[in-house]
Design a protein around this ligand. Sequence first.
Ligand code: ATP
Length: 294
Amino acid sequence: MSDHVIDIEHLSRSFGKTQALQDVSLRVPRGGVYGLIGSNGAGKTTLIKHILGSHYAQGGSVSVFGLDPVTDPVGVLGRIGYMSEDRDIPAWMRVQEIIGFTRSFYPAWDTGYAAELLELFELDPKQKIQCLSRGQAARVCLLLALSHRPELLVLDEPSSGLDPVIRRDILTAIVKTTSDDGRTVLFSSHLLDEVERLADRVAILHEGRILLDQPLETIFESFHRVTLHFEDAQLEAPGLEGAIQSQGNGRDWTYVYCGEKEQLTQAAKGLRAQIVAQGPLSLDDIFVCHVQRS
Ligand code: ATP
C-alpha cells in the first residue's frame, strides 16, 4: 500500500485563457491532515475537482489510492467523503430524503453514525433543504460526507457558513477523529488560524502554482522575523542570504528569514550586523510574505 493517498505530478489546467493550475505536484500522505491555502482564484477548487475526477488532467497526472479518478470513478469516489464549497444538494428534498439517497451509493454507510451526526448538528430530518439556513445546509453536507466513514475526507472551504461553535469544536473534533483513525483529510481554507490548528501539512497555492508545501512544524521552524542593527546607516536593505522580505531604514532593518538559526548568525556576522530582535511568524505572515514575493 502506497504511503500517499493522493499523488499529483506536474498537473496543468486552463480554462480558455485562464491558467488555473500550472505544473502542480503534490503528494498527500496517508493518515494526515493536509491544509490547502490560497487567495480567491488560486486554483484550490480546480485542484480538488481533479482529485474527484470531475476534471481530467490536461497536462501531468492525478492518482488517488493509486487509481485514476477520471477512468475509475467508482473505485475512487466510493472511498472519498466530499463537501463542496457551494453545498450543492437538491433544494426540493427533505433532509431524511437526501440522507437516504446518498446512503444508496455507499455500501459502507454507517446508519448509527449518521443518526448521531443528525443529533449533534441539531438537524430536523423532515425539514426541506430549501428551508435550511446556509449553516444548516453546510451541516447536512458535512453529515453526507462523513457517514460512510471515508478513507479520504475532502472538504472545500468547510468553515464557510458554519458558526464559530460548529467550526471550532465540532469540525476540529471530526478532523482529528478522522486522522486519529488513520484516515486522511484534505481541506481548503481561507482561515489561516484554522489551518494552523488543524493541519499537519500545508500547501500554499497562488495563481495556480504551489509556492510552499511542507509539514506545518517545519514551516514554523524555518521562518523567523529578525531585526539587524548595522554599524552604518543603509540606504536600502543589505542583502541577507535566506531573507525573503525586508523593511526598515537607517541602521535597523527587519527581515523575514527562511533557514537555520546558525546560518542566520553567520550571515549577520558577515554583514557586520548585530541581531537585536528575533521572533516567530504566524502562518498568516508566512502566507502573505510568499504571495507578495511571488
Ligand atoms: P476561491 O477561494 O475564490 O473559491 P479557488 O482557489 O478555489 O478560489 P478556483 O475556483 O479553482 O479557485 O479557480 C481558479 C481559476 O480558474 C479562477 O481564475 C477561475 O475563474 C477559473 N475557473 C475555475 N473553474 C472554471 C471554469 N469551469 N470555467 C472557467 N474558468 C474557471
